[in-house]
Design a protein around this ligand. Structure first.
Ligand code: C5P
Length: 303
């Protein structure tokens, strides 16, 4: 019997480096970034539907707070895919979310990427990866990486990807905040903070690339960097306490994830990640903590 439902699992991301260059005429910033997909997953289920239309329900993180219409990138992803092949979209979508919303971990982009993969399978389109990637790039700068996963350098808006060979597994603790931060607001604040300085072209650190290739967590910890961090900290000064606490707990490095407000702390190993998570929880400096490892694969059909 033909399958009538497809489930896709998709990871969150952390930027190991986020080098932000000048503002471009199209409102985006020129980036040089290194993404790593980490094991915090959303799950998108696409179910076939008799009538034309797209419905969406959400459970988990952000339940009740997220739009369920075209204001949600997942709905726009299903629409964009149907339009690209000239069919009417007919699908019931459900997203079970674990990735924090407006958290700097690309949760909305992840859901869009998972929706593309799920609808492609449900509607038996079999689009090649590069076509899905092109549709993904039209939806948002982080969507192609959520399809791809692993570790990758992103240039341009962050959507021109080049895979990076990475050795071993890195262990992370993510500190989730009470309320999200708007990505455009954080980029805007970054522009204001740099108003009177010359903004250099973005560049990837050689030490960071060496650390990833060698699987060297100590070297990675000291080469983590995020040009949006000062902006996120100025909008949410309490994040400074999370990073300080990470330092006190012996994290190899720590930074604001993407545009924040989630903070990422790098641990020596799984046991150390547990120690950091317990210490952070006890200190009460964040809403909740999640342990995760990376790199992991991108959006894939599961089950
Ligand atoms: O592409 P996406 O909709 O995810 O981007 C959200 C916002 O983040 C953009 O509207 C822009 O304000 C900011 N952004 C940026 N430069 C980038 C990526 C995102 O300024 N390279």
């Amino acid at each position: 019997m033909a399958s009538t439902s497809v489930k896709v699992r998709v990871p969150a991301k952390v930027n190991l480096q986020l080098s932000v260059g000048p503002l471009r005429p199209d409102g985006y910033h020129e980036l040089a970034t290194v993404f790593q997909a980490v094991s915090i997953f959303d799950e998108v289920t696409a179910r076939s539907r008799a009538e034309v239309g797209i419905t969406l329900t959400i459970s988990g993180e952000g339940e009740g707070d997220l739009p369920l219409d075209t204001g949600n990138l997942a709905v726009r992803a299903a629409q964009a895919l149907a339009e690209s092949v000239g069919i009417d979209a007919a699908v019931d979508l459900h997203i079970h979310k674990a990735i924090p919303i407006a958290g700097g971990m690309a949760g909305g982009s992840a859901d869009a990427a998972a929706t593309l993969v799920a609808c492609d399978a449900l509607w038996r389109l079999g689009l090649p990866r590069d076509e899905l990637t092109a549709i993904a790039a039209g939806l948002g700068a982080d969507v192609p990486f959520a399809l791809h996963g692993g570790t990758a350098i992103g240039t341009g808006r962050g959507d021109a990807l080049m895979p990076v060979l990475s050795r071993g597994t890195f262990h992370w603790v993510f500190a989730l905040a009470e309320a999200g931060l708007s990505t455009p607001a954080v980029y805007g604040q970054c522009d204001r903070l740099r108003e009177n300085s010359v903004v250099a072209d973005p560049r990837i650190s050689d030490e960071l690339m060496q650390a990833i290739r060698a699987g060297d967590a100590v070297m990675l910890g000291r080469s983590l960097s995020n040009d949006l961090q000062a902006a996120a900290l100025s909008l949410r000064p309490a994040l400074g306490q999370v990073l300080e606490m990470g330092d006190d707990l012996g994290a190899l490095g720590g930074l604001v994830s993407g545009s924040g407000p989630t903070c990422a702390l790098l641990a020596r190993d799984e046991e150390h990640a547990l120690d950091i998570a317990v210490g952070l929880s006890a200190a009460g400096v964040c809403r909740t903590v999640r342990r995760a490892s990376g790199p992991v694969v991108g959006a894939r059909v599961s089950g």
